[in-house]
Write a protein that binds this ligand. Sequence first.
Ligand code: XCC
Length: 655
Amino acid sequence: AKVAKAEKAMKLADPKEATIDVASQQMIVRAQELGVDTVFDRAVNMKPCSIGAQGICCKNCSMGPCRLPLPKGGIEGKDTRKSLCGATPNTIAARNFIRMIAGGASAHSDHGRGVAEVFLAAARKETDAYQIKDTVKLKALAPTLGVATTVEVDGETQDRDIYEIAVEVGEAALNEWGKPEGELLNLKRAPEALYEKWKKLGVLPRNIDREIVEIMHRTHIGVDQDYKNLMKQGTRAAIADGWGGSMLATDLQDVLFGTPFPIQSEANLGVMKEDHVNLILHGHEPILSEIVVSVAQSQEMIDYAKTKGAKGIQLSGICCTANELLQRHGIPTAATFLQQELAIITGACDAMVVDIQCIMENIANVAECFHTKIITTHPIARMEEQSVLHIEFDEHHAVEDAKRIVKIAIDNFENRNREVMIPSQKATQIAGFGVESIQYHLGGTFRGSYYTLNDNIINGRIRGIAGVVGCNNARTKHNDGHVRVVKELIKNDVIVLTTGCNAIACAMEGLLTPEAAAVHCGPGLAEVCETVGIPPVLHLGSCVDNSRILLAATEVVKAGGLGHDICDLPVAGSAPEWMSEKAISIGHYFVASGVYTVFGVTLPTSGAPVFHDYLCKQFEGLTGGMWDLEIDPIKHAQKMIAHIDKKRKELGIDK
Ligand code: XCC
């Protein structure tokens, strides 16, 4: 086991500097009292490498790493910096940037592939644990993948069998990862103008895996040495993520587990209960956790928990597994990415089940200081520590695996070995929005009545739409950027669509309730929210569900009155506290889809000003979208609003 206790010389984080969330502040103090270090402390003790942070360290061969720091006084005249092989800062930053896209796109897309495999197993009835739940969505999806929903029999049109359709949908979907020719089928779901633009630029993805592999090839020593050409491939892979792997993940999950619909729940560490078995589900894939939820809610397991002295089983989630379970089952959200260690420090976490992505290695160390059992479940995401259990999940015996997991949590309830301290903070949230429910709640269509989204954008009650998403980052105050950006937007009548850890941060702040409208919104947005009873910040789900934002924007385009392409709309994107490669891939598929996208904290491009400028200015001429970096949350939101106003003016609806 690694050293679990904090080193004596280690500096401690100032809880109030580390986070705006009072529950987290309390848990940071508690951890420090117990001598357990958390990410907040480690962030004070280790500063990031400034050359890497600027994107100009190349370690793609062993003649390096070659570092090309910006000269102190900036660049005067020609930029003569180069690596051993001669790579310029632009080449190096572009290589690093698109490798981040490859990392992010592969994470989302491999998740999607896993879902597609389980989907196919369910369609073929190889497992009892999963059914085809949303047949309406299945039928809507089928034609986009070239699968017919009806058949002609003796001159009569008949509906095809649901499972027959599902098998073909599953096969067609899986084919998207590695088909030898053609292009991704989902691309045709984008507005026509956008599809044509991609075609002209030569960035239509061929299959999902290929675009990622090609990034690894092109960024190998001595291959692509033109930052524009490198970014072209980055664009193609990012589109393959947003419109491919992520969108397929979302669609197939909806068909398997049900399309989300607005549902009430709660968020923050206060959702844990001292007198209950606390089982926390953390990661990204809902495949196993869906089954854990149904098993843990069974009378058999609740009765078993009672025999151990618990009043019941409290399930809760962290990161995007939380978002998946919240939007379909109302399972409360315990924590954001940065609070995962803190959930264990409550002393009340009896088991934390993890799948893939955003799981900090240090939770194993923290768990060793408590009774908490960490259970890894995925063959590609294991932990070295002896104390960590591995129960490898297989869709063919999903229920047995889930039962084993729930029992381990229950049996561990009696082993709590430290005083339990659960913060009292929790907030009500309404989650579970998507294209379907936005349409339903706002007049049943996107255009044509007093209630609809397009009409309210045109009449100016809603100034524009912002997609605010992404992670937390220990290099900036936890949740501060998220909450301040979102509040500034809704104050200015911009409706916010949120996913990921931004959604969790907003939930903890009470922004995901209809009541938030009266308190935080400008008069126009408040009126709309109050009339139809929705929150001003709509929770659309997990990281892969950013694809819902793409489709919502597409519906707005198709409904008419606001231009012909996503880049015509008064919309903007943002990730105020991003940290993962997935965020870069998401950011870039927003940009590639025509969205002005602002990131907070930092961008790994500042050491290559020409490349930075290419992303932030010249890209607009290619896709209509572009990147921006703004650390100050209010300025960040104001830049988004300025872009929205520019688009309103271009549309002639700025009066
Ligand atoms: Fe991970 Fe998805 Fe980022 Fe949160 S937001 S830190 S990626 S959990 Ni998608």
